[in-house]
Design a protein around this ligand. Structure first.
Ligand code: DOR
Length: 441
């Protein structure tokens, strides 16, 4: 283990969520960024920084496996620093970021540039996807380090759109790295855009990019994954139809994720927040919310991602279809899910699994996703007693809004610890803290 400049930390008296799913009041000793010891009571060594976690709950830091942080090229919406501040405030200690930046992350040079930028300005740990185009087949399996290959099968334009089956087939046939798909059928979307061209209300978004469009693409990805036994991950799965597809037929090498938005919001949201509710794949029906929850509880869906995709309020205020798709998420995802668990919809242990442990397992990120000796000290300490609303003026994401404004949530982070450094301390961001590049085995 390399020495780090992280201080020795002792977290005292918190209710600690352990790998066996139980929670116990314990102290946690952290040295050089690693969890060293857990015990009922531990004596602080001289020089140790103390955190009192009495009345609070200690969880493994959230690993958000799908975010769009906009740097380089789209920094007016967000940048790696502001996004990582939002992460630290939301209890997200690691993120996996998508390639639709400018330039696109489609080669080693662009990946290296992102890694360099992240090292200079991210408060939390980072990993990046490599984007598939029809021309970079060889690069996809060579670049390093990357969490996997991202394919936009739909809802994209330019080189990152890969919607032709022969090209998809080639990508699935070569290499063994994880392939993560945005599964929407571009052909069907284009047809339906024409068919519904008279509609300018944002609710048309869910009609045009309908459930069948998502199902078609998920079916195709699954078919190719089975043909080559290729590791497949379905990003932000949004429909009951796709849950049913996977419930019937989910090979051991396939995983799927769902967003808090698709679990907790549906088409009704357009009425209240208009285009702030517009995302890809779109929000669906209340029945889909129910079936996605069922899929998550049953283990058909494996984990949770925010798809944090910020746009400015000015951009969002344009009339549909000029209004861009996407919502921010990293600041609210953990409190949203913890509020659900406090309401009895799921257990605390399930939230920990879906937002940390299962992600570390799926992306093979060593020493993360659990509070256990030898693991990295990436932790979030939350308050499960107090309820507070999501307030626009408190958000630190550069876009400055949330689709969940006004929602009264519990489980807000009080401290976030990244590699043994306190990155968020009772309302204050420690902007000098830096995360590390994630490793993928
Ligand atoms: O709504 C979305 N917005 N979905 C995506 O997959 C991309 C994202 C973006 O980058 O804005």
């Amino acid at each position: 283990m390399l020495p780090t400049d992280a201080p020795d930390l002792l977290i005292q008296g918190g209710r600690v969520c352990l790998p066996d799913g139980s929670c116990r009041t314990m102290d946690i000793q952290i040295n050089q960024g690693k969890i060293i010891q857990l015990a009922e009571t531990l004596e602080p060594e001289p020089g140790t920084t103390l955190i009192s976690a009495q009345g609070l709950t200690v969880l493994p830091g959230v690993i958000d496996p799908q975010v769009h942080f906009r740097e380089p090229g789209l920094e007016h919406k967000e940048d790696l620093h502001t996004a990582s501040c939002a992460c630290a405030k939301g209890g997200v200690t690691s993120f996996l970021e998508m390639p639709n930046t400018r330039p696109l992350t489609t080669d080693q040079g662009a990946l290296d540039d992102k890694l360099k930028r992240a090292a200079a300005k991210c408060l939390v740990n980072y990993g990046f996807f490599i984007g598939a185009t029809k021309d970079n087949l060889d690069v996809l399996n060579q670049v390093n380090p990357t969490c996997g290959i991202k394919i936009f099968m739909g809802s994209m334009h330019g080189p990152l759109l890969v919607d032709e089956e022969p090209i998809l087939d080639q990508i699935f046939s070569r290499g063994d790295r994880l392939i993560a798909v945005h599964a929407e059928d571009q052909g069907r979307i284009l047809e339906r855009r024409k068919q519904f061209s008279d509609r300018q209300d944002v609710a048309a978004h869910s009609v045009i990019q309908d459930a069948q469009a998502a199902l078609n693409a998920s079916q195709l990805a699954l078919k190719l994954s089975k043909k080559y036994q290729r590791r497949l991950h379905i990003l932000h799965l949004s429909t009951g139809l796709e849950v049913e597809l996977l419930r019937q037929d989910k090979p051991a090498w396939v995983t799927a994720e769902v967003t808090p938005q698709h679990l907790l919001l549906n088409q009704e949201a357009y009425r209240d927040i208009g285009s702030l509710a517009q995302m890809n794949p779109p929000l669906r029906t209340a029945e889909d919310n129910h079936l996605l929850w069922q899929g998550l509880l049953d283990g058909v869906l494996d984990f949770i991602a925010t798809d944090h995709a910020p746009h400015t309020l000015e951009e969002k205020a344009q009339p549909y279809p000029q209004s861009p798709s996407g919502m921010p998420g990293v600041e609210t995802s953990l409190p949203l899910m913890l509020t659900q668990s406090q309401a009895g919809r799921c257990s605390l242990a399930q939230v920990v699994r879906w937002m940390s442990t299962a992600v570390a397992e799926a992306y093979k990120i060593p020493d993360k996703g659990a509070i256990s000796p030898g693991y990295d000290a990436d932790l979030v300490i939350v308050d499960l007693q107090t309820y507070r609303p999501v307030l626009r003026q408190e958000l630190v994401s550069k876009c400055g809004w949330s689709p969940f404004e006004g929602w009264r949530l519990t489980g807000w982070p009080v401290y976030t610890v990244v590699g043994g450094h306190i990155a968020y301390d009772r309302g204050e961001l420690k902007t000098q803290v830096r995360g590390k590049s994630l490793t993928f085995l």
